[in-house]
Write a new protein. Structure first.
Lengths: 206, 216
């Protein structure tokens, strides 16, 4: 899910960097100091997740976890993912420094989208929140794929060809990611349900 | 609920294993010159080969010179199209791309050594070629080129012959080493890097927590 250097034109890169910067500022503004450790841990989880390979036939896929990160962090997903991507670019040469902004938007924007869509469902019945967990993981990857398709199209490739390829490549990832997110939500609900509440809810709770 | 999900997950993974998805965070291409041929090997970090993927070669001015596809070993070879710096780009699709550059010097050197032979031929005529052939047929088995044959050649010609055969021999001997080098390029993230990165993340968020606690 990382776009390499030397593919995108500079206006796309600049737009990506600007959007990532805005998202990060917003994320940091909204970040309650109690949520800082949680953000750090999710950032570390994201950093390591792409090293875990799930073998799929001749190739393998790696986890992205942006759905889960969005569900737990909301807008703080932007700084969390930006930091993790920066370190991945420096240490592993995944993506690159020039594509850092685009890659951050690529993975953090779906995370925020998932927060708004699925976070309210976390207070519902087990059947609902587990299903929401799966949908959250899958949708985050799917929308990342869509954004990637859109970004690649802006560099002048054919629309259908690119979108179809990007989405079809990510279908297995979507399903695996959905299952992983489902189990994570189930586990958190049992062990540490507070993590799934936002700060306002925690303050309002007696 | 969870017990029921585990066989479901296993079944899903088995179904999925049929689907061939090329998904990685990064691709690598490695190229080297052998004689007048450029060999390339393309792979993912960790060593999996990049199969059936377009490789495009550009010159210094970004003119497309030629293109091809990697075989089942991730390899693609082509003869040097012209004496210019070469940019070899692996286009792995879905946002993945890698390149390897060969400098003009490297390319000219490679062409020069085969070009030198053609430059000499017209100058000294067919006799040199014959003598070369003679000395080459005589050489195997014998430790030294016989005195009379060698005496028929002057020093520069002998030097040219020796250099040429040496280069050929060296290319052959170097080939397995170059392949090994290609395989060793980027073995994937090491533990040191992974833990280094994790340390950075914890440190950064530690600083953030410190700043936040000061503000309060």
């Amino acid at each position: 899910m990382h776009i390499s250097e030397g593919i995108l034109s500079w206006p796309v890169l600049a737009a990506g960097a600007a959007a990532a910067g805005a998202g990060t500022v917003l994320g940091l503004k909204k970040l309650n100091h109690e949520d800082i450790p949680k953000t750090g841990i999710m950032s570390a989880a994201f950093f390591v997740a792409s090293l875990i390979h799930v073998p799929l036939g001749p190739s393998n896929v790696h986890l992205i976890l942006n759905g889960l990160i969005g569900l737990l962090l909301g807008w703080a997903a932007f700084p969390a993912i930006l930091v993790a991507l920066l370190l991945q670019a420096i240490f592993f040469q995944y993506g690159g420094l020039t594509t850092l902004g685009v890659n951050t938007v690529l993975m953090a924007l779906p995370a925020v989208l998932c927060y708004y869509l699925f976070h309210p469902l976390m207070k519902k019945k087990p059947g609902v929140y587990l299903a929401a967990g799966f949908a959250c993981g899958a949708l985050a990857v799917f929308s990342s794929g869509l954004i990637m398709g859109a970004v690649l199209i802006l560099t002048g490739k054919h629309f259908l060809e690119v979108s179809a390829l990007v989405v079809s490549v990510h279908i297995p990832v979507m399903i695996v990611e959905g299952i992983v997110t489902l189990f994570c939500v189930g586990f958190l609900k049992k062990v540490q349900p507070v993590l799934l509440n936002s700060t306002e809810e925690r303050i309002n709770q007696p | 609920m969870k017990r029921q999900q585990i066989p479901l997950l296993a079944a899903l993974l088995m179904v999925l294993s049929v689907a061939a998805a090329a998904q990685a965070h990064r691709v690598i291409i490695f190229a080297w010159i052998e004689g007048k041929t450029v060999h390339t090997v393309s792979k993912f970090p960790g060593g999996d080969k990049v199969v059936d993927t377009p490789v495009v070669v550009y010159d210094g001015q970004n003119n497309r010179l030629l293109s091809g596809k990697t075989d089942e070993k991730g390899a693609f070879s082509f003869t040097i199209p012209k004496p210019a710096p070469l940019k070899i780009v692996l286009e792995a699709g879905t946002g993945h791309q890698a390149e390897w550059r060969l400098s003009e010097k490297e390319v000219r050197q490679a062409l020069g050594k085969s070009g030198g032979e053609t430059a000499q031929k017209p100058a000294s005529g067919a006799s040199v070629k014959e003598k070369v052939k003679a000395s080459q047929t005589a050489a195997p088995g014998q430790a030294t080129i016989s005195g009379e044959r060698a005496a028929g050649l002057d020093e520069t010609q002998i030097r040219a012959i020796v250099e040429e055969s040496l280069e050929k021999k060296l290319d052959k001997k170097m080939e397995p080493m170059m392949r090994m080098l290609a395989d060793m390029q980027d073995p994937g993230p090491t533990l040191t890097e992974i833990f280094g990165g994790l340390g950075y993340i914890l440190g950064l968020f530690g600083i953030a927590a410190y700043v936040a606690s000061k503000k309060r």
